[in-house]
Write a protein that binds this ligand. Sequence first.
Ligand code: SF4
Length: 246
Amino acid sequence: MVPLETTARLEMRKRAQELTTRHEGLRAEQVLKEVIRRDFPGRIGLVSSFGAEAAVLLHMVARIDPYVPVIFLNTWKHFPETLDYRDRLIADLGLCNIQTVLPRPDSLRAEDPDGTLYVRNADLCCHVRKTLPMIKALRGLDCWITGRKRGQAVTRSDMELFETQDRWIKVNPLIDWTLDDVAAYFAAHSLPEHPLKAQGYPSIGCAPCTRAVRPGEDARSGRWADSDKTECGIHFENGKIVRRPV
Ligand code: SF4
């Protein structure tokens, strides 16, 4: 007999495939309208880093429904510029349901008492500061929206429009967007740029783990540079779990 959990996961994968088939080819805004209004009404949120390209999805979601939850994982390690940019976008775009999620203080005391865990064990640091808080924040939701794109890195090249992860479906409306598409959207809607973008940061995460990229490098090469880590653990990498089980 197939265990119930396996059956549920198979069903979820089937649903993700059906959603991909139904929505593939739609414009990003249309995909978002469908998932917010029809497929997952009241059960969907946007997880946003308020990084270099985040304003695109934030703008689209705000126009469809400004009360869709926007989950911001405050790791306590963000650049101050990111926090300022977050506040500016919230005000400019009229976002009404921002959920700032923090790591548990007792977990930080136990695992990272001096705040330098990222040096010794970046996977564990991401687990404590991002993955566990995010999983708590997603309780009550069935689907989350991500800004991931196939062209951002070779490790993202075979993503699908809809994917499954743990008990959630993820939707990647910008999956086929290029840097030019993002730039055109910023220009068309007069969106403010993240202040670090002009300083060579096309992908922005926590300050200790992000550096500016060099000419010719892919956009995410400044994340955990000089290590083989490519994802923070809130995402799987091409089906491979790059974080601890939860
Ligand atoms: S990106 Fe770096 S500082 Fe941020 S949670 Fe992960 S390891 Fe820690």
